[in-house]
Ligand binder design. Structure first.
Ligand code: NAG
Ligand code: NAG
Length: 248
């Protein structure tokens, strides 16, 4: 009997893990399932072999005040392209990646049922973003909430002063974590180590985030992976089978 339970537990565990892999979140512009998208545009092209975004979304991701969210990156004056490219890449990752399953969280907002929470971003991706944007300006720490939308695009709320990013976000972690209310988590993990999500990658070598999602799916969403758990179950299964006299 113990062995049967162990088998069932293993099956349940592995299907729970699989359900976190290769999926699209239930949000405003995402496809219901990932698949090839040969016409992805510009910086989003990295995901063309398997994407949650359409070609239309990938084009719109590059536009100021696009059809996607009407969001204005230039709310405190024009943002330099060197900085803006990181916001475009952030949008591409959010809209296109099928590898964010372990960090999908339910949300009650009016415009989406799911969001991402605490995606462990590679250190280099976050630091380069901060470095390239330190002299750009903004009036808010959390860009999800508190804007004045009366004109159809986000404007600084009354009393919010435009300041350089380096004062609004003193560290790279402040930028990556606070900007989108903890969609990202700053980590000290390095690119290529399989333990953090890359916003940028070389598609010639495949999508490195596939393995990262697999690694974290073995644990649970925001927690460190509990790799001993499957091992303990295997041990249990092994001893149950060995001790299963009736099958002997
Ligand atoms: C994307 O689709 C929307 C809605 O159908 C449309 O308004 C917009 O013009 C399209 N964008 C492009 C670049 O085709
Ligand atoms: C919002 O923006 C409009 C148009 O610029 C302005 O008239 C209004 O006072 C603003 N409201 C707040 C609360 O900042």
């Amino acid at each position: 009997m113990a062995s049967l339970w162990a088998v069932l537990a293993l099956l349940a565990l592995s299907s729970a893990q699989d359900s976190l892999l290769n999926i699209c979140m239930d949000a405003q512009h995402h496809k219901s399932k990932p698949g090839p998208e040969g016409q992805l545009y510009g910086q989003c092209v990295l995901w063309k072999d398997n994407a949650c975004c359409t070609a239309n979304t990938s084009i719109e991701a590059h536009r100021d005040q696009s059809y996607l969210y009407g969001f204005n990156w230039d709310h405190c004056g024009a943002m330099a392209q060197r900085c803006k490219r990181h916001f475009i890449q952030d949008t591409c990752l959010y809209e296109c990646s099928p590898n964010l399953g372990p960090w999908i969280d339910q949300t009650d907002s009016s415009w989406r049922r799911q969001r991402i929470l605490n995606v462990p971003l590679c250190r280099e991706d976050c630091e380069q973003w901060w470095e390239d944007c330190r002299d750009a300006s903004t009036c808010k720490v959390n860009w999800h909430k508190g804007w004045n939308w009366s004109t159809g695009t986000n404007q600084c709320p009354r009393g919010a002063m435009c300041q350089k990013f380096k004062y609004v976000f003193p560290t790279p972690a402040d930028l990556c974590e606070k900007l989108w209310s903890h969609s990202y988590r700053y980590t000290t993990e390095r690119r290529g180590g399989g333990r953090c999500i890359q916003m940028w990658f070389d598609p010639i070598e495949g999508n490195p985030n596939v393995a990262v999602a697999q690694y974290y799916a073995r644990g649970s969403a925001a927690d460190p992976p509990r790799s001993p758990a499957p091992l303990a179950l295997l041990a249990l299964l092994g001893s149950a089978l060995l001790g299963a006299a009736p099958w002997g």
